[in-house]
Write a protein that binds this ligand. Structure first.
Ligand code: THU
Length: 123
């Protein structure tokens, strides 16, 4: 599963996003050591703070399936945003210093390590 392939998976997940308040859809795809790809999309709630980000949906979903080891994660948005602070903490905590593939809807993509996104993590 390479960068472009995993971003394609994230794009599929993004199509399921529930983002009627922000209209900002996010898709994530987590590549696991066992070869599985776990998807996540943001799910917004009318009680705004109860919204959950795509990246954490993917991580929590994988953990809830008993999956513990991760190779990489892809995140796609319309403009290539990077994960928020809360997601950086959770990704680092459960997946470690993995590569993060960032993509946008124009086909731009790049890779950045978790340790660059979150130096000096709280672990
Ligand atoms: N969002 C994510 O899914 N991931 C992030 O890392 C940042 C923000 C979502 C939350 C909300 O549904 C929308 O994007 C706008 O903030």
């Amino acid at each position: 599963m390479n960068q472009t392939e995993l971003l394609q998976e994230a794009k599929k997940a993004r199509s399921f996003a529930k983002a009627k308040y922000s209209e900002y859809k996010v898709g994530a795809a987590l590549y696991c050591e066992n070869g599985k790809v776990i998807h996540g999309c943001n799910v917004e709630s009318k009680a705004y703070p109860t919204t959950m980000c795509a990246e954490r949906v993917a991580i929590f979903s994988a953990i809830s399936q008993g999956i513990k080891n991760f190779k990489s994660i892809a995140v796609i948005t319309k403009d290539g945003a990077t994960p928020c602070g809360s997601c950086r903490q959770v990704i680092y905590e459960y997946a470690g210093d993995i590569p993060v593939y960032i993509g946008d809807l124009n086909g731009n993509e790049y890779c950045i390590q978790m340790s660059e996104l979150l130096p000096n993590p709280f672990l």
